[in-house]
Structures are given as structure tokens and as C-alpha cells.
Write a protein that binds this ligand. Sequence first.
Ligand code: 5GP
Length: 127
Amino acid sequence: MGYDYDDQNIFAKILRGEIPNDTVYEDDFALAFRDIQPQAPDHVLVIPKGPYVNQDHFAAEATDAEIVGFTRAIGKVCAAMGVTPGAGGMGYRMIANAGEAGVQEVPHLHVHILSGRMLGRMVKRFD
Ligand code: 5GP
């Protein structure tokens, strides 16, 4: 399966420093910054530094080091936000949208970390 990464997407521009961001955390593998249109009092996006379209692309083609580094970075972002449940935080929701049904708008893998209020059920029921 081929993945066509568009290096002109907005998060690629943020990674290159062409567009400013409100950074929460950064290391060799990931950049975390506040969402420009927050859906909760705390809404942070975590993106890998490599050029991956979505989680499927990342799982298929990222190196083991990138996958481990990104996963650990998400934990560090939650700690930096003070939301880690095992460390006295109130908890959070982690969302990664992919493709059409997931309504992914920016084609660079990103994980949303939402917290700061009770978030309710995961998605609306569709009876
Ligand atoms: P998606 O729908 O792709 O899962 O989420 C994309 C997210 O990126 C949205 O929540 C949107 O508010 C956020 N976003 C889009 N453009 C920018 C930007 O230029 N800066 C920041 N910080 N967030 C952005």
C-alpha cells in the first residue's frame, strides 16, 4: 500500500518552523502543541517528527525507534499537561482520526490529548 505524504500540510510547516505554535513538549521524536481551536480546556496535539500521513502509515513504515519514541513522548506530554491519572491528574482522552470516516483534516499523523473537563461518552450512540 502506498502512502502519499504532502509536505505542504500545515503540521509539516509547523515542524519546519514556518508557522508558529504553542509548544508543550518536544524531543527527537515528537512535537506537542496546543490545538488552535480547542475542544476542551486542555487540548494538545502530538505529532511524530517523521513524514507519516496517519497511524496506519506510521505502524507500517516507521522505525521501531520512532514508534517507541513517539509512544513515550505521548506519556511525557500527558505528564507535562498534569493529566496523567496514575500521578494525580484527572485523566484524558486520546484520539487519532484517520481518513474520511474519522474526519482527518490534516494529513500528518497527530494524536489529540483532551482534558480539563469531564468529556462524556466516547462517541454519540447511533441507535
Ligand atoms: P483532525 O481533524 O485532522 O484530527 O485535527 C486537526 C486539528 O488541527 C484540529 O483540531 C484543528 O483545530 C488543528 N489545527 C489546524 N490547523 C492548525 C494550526 O495551524 N495550528 C494548530 N495549533 N492547530 C491547528
